[in-house]
Each structure stands twice: as structure tokens, then as C-alpha cells.
Design a binder for this molecule. Structure first.
Ligand code: ATP
Ligand code: MG
Length: 180
């Protein structure tokens, strides 16, 4: 009984991975659901974006409960100055580790975090240690392609988005409100 109670309160680790579309938007849907229950939510986006993402604008309307951090603005994976990028990515990860331990949020979305491991900006061990040290009751969602085996193993839930069709294949460009 005691064990069950413990599991009931345990924060869950959710991973949305795979090549199909829907990972970030599923994570944002999760945030929206939690906000509806008055839960405090943080979103950390790890990718550099040049588009004006709708979610960033929408977040302003939930500013009492939702903290939105775009960490990727300064770095990209294709930069000439890789050393600088690695330093920025590591800084973003450090910030995230602190946020995970602060216990201010009941749900934390780490969008495109898998790429930091893919590009060896942080090791899988560092990733797993950071996630394991989070506040006990905090739910975390990690998104990104190619989730590593250790992350999949540590997760309570893993969903793989599999592409069946994408408008890109028919030459349809990214649309406002759908892609960004
Ligand atoms: P979304 O943000 O719409 O939920 P995602 O997080 O699953 O998508 P990412 O892997 O982060 O997708 O890729 C970012 C962008 O690439 C999205 O705008 C998405 O529409 C687009 N994309 C995803 N899958 C494909 C694909 N198979 N072909 C072309 N573009 C794609
Ligand atoms: Mg995404």
C-alpha cells in the first residue's frame, strides 16, 4: 500500500521521439493540459529557431503559470564555431539542471533535448543524472529524434512518432499555425 502511494506521487518521465511530426506539439498539448489544472509549467527549447513560433506568443497569455525559455537562440548545430556552440549548449543544460532541482514547476518540457546527446554536447550519463536529480514529484517531457537507449530505459513512457505522410513530401512548405 505504501509502495503504491509512493508510485502515485512519483513524477513521470515522458519521451516523445521518432522522425514523424508531432513531438513538440504533443509536449505543448501536455503543458496545456497541466496548466488547466493550475499546475506550474516550464518549457525549455534547445533549438535555434528563426521562425516566429506560435507557442512562444501563446505562452505570454499563461505567464502566471508558464515559464518559457528559448535557449537555442544563440547556438546551432551547423555553426563554424563549434566550441562556442558546445559551451552555449552546456550552459543551457546547466540552467536546466538547476531548474529541475528548484521544485518550482510540476511539469517541465525539455524540447529537442535529445540533440544535445546526439551531437555529444552532453553525455548520456550527464543527461540521466540531471533527470534523476529532479524534484521527486516533477513530471518531465523530453522531445527530439533519436532518443538514446539509456533515455528510453529511464523513461516511464515513450512514444515514437512515425511518419506515414508529411506535406513536405508533396512540396508543401511549412505553414503558420501548423509548423510554427
Ligand atoms: P511539431 O513541432 O510540429 O510537433 P516535431 O517536434 O515532431 O514537430 P521536429 O523533429 O522537431 O518535429 O522537426 C521540426 C519541424 O520539422 C516541424 O516543423 C515538422 O513539421 C518538420 N518535420 C517533422 N517531420 C518531418 C518530415 N518527416 N518531413 C519534413 N518535415 C518534417
Ligand atoms: Mg520538435
Amino acid at each position: 500500500m505504501k509502495e503504491e502511494k509512493h508510485l502515485e506521487n512519483k513524477g513521470l518521465l515522458l519521451v516523445f521521439t521518432g522522425n514523424g511530426k508531432g513531438k513538440t506539439t504533443a509536449a505543448l498539448g501536455q503543458a496545456f493540459r497541466a496548466l488547466g489544472h493550475g499546475m506550474r509549467v516550464a518549457v525549455v527549447q534547445f533549438i535555434k529557431g528563426s521562425w516566429k513560433y506560435g507557442e512562444l506568443e501563446a505562452a505570454k497569455r499563461f505567464s502566471d503559470l508558464l515559464d518559457f525559455h528559448v535557449m537555442g537562440r544563440g547556438f546551432t548545430w551547423k555553426s563554424d564555431d563549434l566550441t562556442k556552440d558546445i559551451a552555449k549548449a552546456r550552459e543551457a543544460w546547466q540552467f536546466t539542471c538547476e531548474l529541475l532541482q528548484q521544485n518550482r514547476h510540476q511539469l517541465v518540457i525539455l524540447d529537442e533535448l535529445t540533440y544535445l546527446v546526439t551531437y555529444k554536447m552532453i553525455s548520456e550519463e550527464e543527461l540521466l543524472a540531471g533527470l534523476a536529480r529532479r524534484s521527486k514529484e516533477m513530471h518531465v517531457v523530453v522531445t527530439g529524434r533519436n532518443a538514446s537507449p539509456g533515455l528510453i530505459n529511464a523513461a516511464d513512457l515513450v512514444t515514437e512518432m512515425r511518419e506515414i505522410k508529411h506535406p513536405y513530401a508533396s512540396g508543401i512548405k511549412a505553414r503558420q499555425g501548423i509548423e510554427f
